[in-house]
Design a binder for this molecule. Structure first.
Ligand SMILES: Nc1ncnc2c1ncn2[C@@H]1O[C@H](COP(=O)(O)OP(=O)(O)OP(=O)(O)O)[C@@H](O)[C@H]1O
Length: 259
């Protein structure tokens, strides 16, 4: 059945810190399978919006709905269980854990083991662990990280740490994946490979993706639709061509870069 219901609906949502409205009156509708960009100048509110979508902040206005169900007030781990995963602007891996354990942690968040089965290490607990490990290695393979599975996360080169963060987010089987500047600090070759990878995992896992990114060429090249934030408000939404030519966007953000 074809449905017009958006996967994610942001309905006049926003948050105020003391007297400051960091983001306000945000309206977004993201449909299943879309790859959407979120852009805007420094301090525009992009990460704050991700924090609202993932329960780090509770909106002080409006609602956020996933599959028509309200998310307001749920803690981040519940929102992950409901289907939204993310990566962070500054990589947040467990540096001293292995690459494999970094991914397995995501499965533990979702796992349905009882505490008793863990304490007494009952057989079904072991089979659960084994299954998790196999799944984690499969996930690492997609990112060509399986060869480093026993390496500490902190020993991976920067570009691979970024990929590991995405692998971990993906391990939580999200419907919606939020990527906060995934290519930050990467060289052009790594960036190109990462973008190909994002397109690939979207297809492969039937994902919906929202991407914050400063590299305009990259956003315009990979995203089908773009939202633009400025001073906490949405100032434009459209396909890359429309955004590139939108006078408000040019004035607020892109300046002479867009041509
Ligand atoms: N916890 C908080 N308390 C007070 N102000 C906050 C808080 N979180 C965010 N802000 C403010 O909200 C505004 C938006 O910040 P945010 O980090 O979301 O912008 P951004 O678009 O992600 O910027 P950048 O591109 O630099 O990462 C800023 O003015 C910031 O100072």
């Amino acid at each position: 059945m074809i449905t017009n219901t958006p996967l994610l609906k942001v309905d006049h949502a926003g948050i105020q810190f003391g007297g400051l409205k960091a983001v306000s009156n945000i309206l977004m509708e993201i449909h299943k399978g879309e790859l959407v960009g979120l852009i805007g100048p420094n301090g525009a509110g992009k990460t704050t919006l991700f924090n609202l979508l993932t329960g780090v902040y509770v909106p002080t206005e409006g609602s956020i709905l996933l599959n028509e169900k309200k998310l307001n007030g749920f803690p981040p781990y519940k929102i992950t269980q409901k289907g939204i995963s993310r990566t962070f602007q500054n990589i947040r891996l467990f540096n001293d854990l292995t690459v494999l354990d970094n991914v397995m942690i995501a499965y533990h968040t979702l796992a349905k083991h009882s505490i008793l089965s863990s304490i007494f290490r009952l057989p079904f607990h072991f089979s659960g662990e084994k299954e998790m490990e196999e799944k984690a290695i499969e996930c690492l393979k997609i990112f060509h990280l399986d060869v480093y599975k026993d390496e500490k996360a902190k020993n991976l080169p920067y570009g691979q740490q970024r990929r590991l963060e995405i692998a971990r987010a993906l391990a939580a089987s999200p419907q919606l994946l939020l990527l906060d500047e995934p290519a930050a600090g990467m060289n052009p070759q790594e960036t190109k490979e990462l973008m190909d990878l994002i397109s690939f995992i979207r297809e492969q896992f039937d994902l919906t993706v929202i991407l914050i990114e400063h590299d305009m060429q990259l956003v315009m090249g990979v995203c089908e639709r773009i939202y633009v934030l400025d001073h906490g408000k949405l100032i434009a939404e459209g396909i890359p061509e429309e955004i590139r030519n939108n006078p408000k966007v040019i004035e607020a953000y892109l300046g002479e870069e867009v041509s």
